[in-house]
Ligand binder design. Structure first.
Ligand SMILES: C[S@@+](CC[C@H](N)C(=O)[O-])C[C@H]1O[C@@H](n2cnc3c(N)ncnc32)[C@H](O)[C@@H]1O
Length: 305
């Protein structure tokens, strides 16, 4: 990968390529193209004649994907049989219809967010930045998460933090947010991080493995983007309607909420004729070299006829 285009290292690349079982001529969708790390390796394996459709909800990530995939040609233009579109993978069927593509042979989705998004201070994804608390992948849709955080009830905030972050301190964090916003609206990453650090240190939680704000930020990002709704819609409807019979779907998840949904949905034998019994984890060497891969798991579903 060209390090000036992206900081993101594609996770479980070897295992992903193996499970996609690529052949020349296949049509493949990279539903979360990001900076194009997986796609860069996938595309040559489906040539000649194969087609790659790359989707991402984030327009800035598509610019990075374009720059990455332009490296595939000598004159630095995007190959003709690559199509990149700003869309959720949950809307894949509409994208295929718009381009008169009946079905595809493979789909990859590598869930969550990219290291580039995390590092971009103005997006509000990382608790180490001091940007505005926005957290949307697609800034054309919905509202920045700070708008919700300043109007939701304590019960709603507790429920989102508990459900999507599974942090036992959620009720206390929600109460502290509600108390603070009575005096001053919470709009920046640093305001929220400081509040959470105060709650955690009051509970003697300091210096643990991960920063005390990790789970709250994960929960708010999932809420801001309705991530689990997109995933469920994709697995129940969009992916089966888009894949050819025997087509393969490879999903890389990063936390138990996502993995549970994928595991459960893949059990529907009227849709998926087979699926992985156990998820594939990243190998110890990759976990050492790329800490993001430590929580990564791959599951594969094969579409019924
Ligand atoms: C882990 S990154 C993908 C990295 C990519 N595989 C690579 O190697 O560069 C996840 C990407 O998925 C995008 N994303 C998240 N939810 C999405 C959705 N529902 N539809 C499409 N893209 C989504 C994010 O904007 C982000 O760019």
């Amino acid at each position: 990968m060209n390090r000036s285009i992206t900081k993101h290292r594609p996770v479980m690349l070897r295992e992903t390529l193996q499970e996609l079982a690529l052949e020349p001529g296949l049509k493949i969708v990279d539903g979360t193209v990001g900076a194009g790390g997986h796609s860069l390796e996938v595309f040559p394996k489906i040539q000649p004649d194969g087609r790659l459709i790359g989707l991402d909800r984030d327009a800035e990530m598509l610019q990075r994907a374009t720059a990455t995939l332009q490296q595939l040609t000598e004159d630095n233009v995007l190959p003709q049989n690559i199509l990149l579109e700003q869309s959720s993978y949950a809307e894949l069927r509409s994208v295929l219809d718009a381009h008169e593509i009946e079905s595809v042979d493979r789909i990859l989705v590598d869930l969550g967010l990219s290291s580039d998004q995390l590092a971009d201070r103005k997006r509000g994804f990382g608790f180490q930045s001091d940007g505005s608390l926005d957290m949307r992948f697609d800034t054309r849709q919905g509202e920045p998460i700070h708008i919700w955080l300043n109007k939701a009830s304590i019960e709603e905030i507790t429920s989102v933090l508990l459900q999507f972050g599974e942090d036992p301190l959620s009720p206390l964090i929600a109460e502290t947010i509600a108390e603070h916003r009575r005096k001053k609206r919470i709009e920046t990453v640093s305001q929220l991080t400081e509040l959470i650090e105060t709650v955690a240190s009051g509970r003697g939680k300091r210096g643990g493995k991960s920063h005390p704000a990790t789970r709250t930020f994960q929960a708010l990002r999932i809420q801001a983007n309705a991530e689990l709704e997109h995933l469920k819609r994709f697995l129940s409807t969009t992916a089966p309607e888009s894949l050819a019979p025997d087509g393969r779907l490879v999903v890389i998840t990063f936390h138990s909420l996502e993995d549970r949904i994928v595991k459960q949905m893949f059990q529907d034998r009227s849709v998926w004729k087979s699926s992985s019994k156990k998820p594939i984890p990243a190998c110890p060497l990759e976990c050492k070299m790329n800490p993001r891969s430590r929580s990564a798991k791959i599951r594969i579903g094969i579409r019924a006829d």
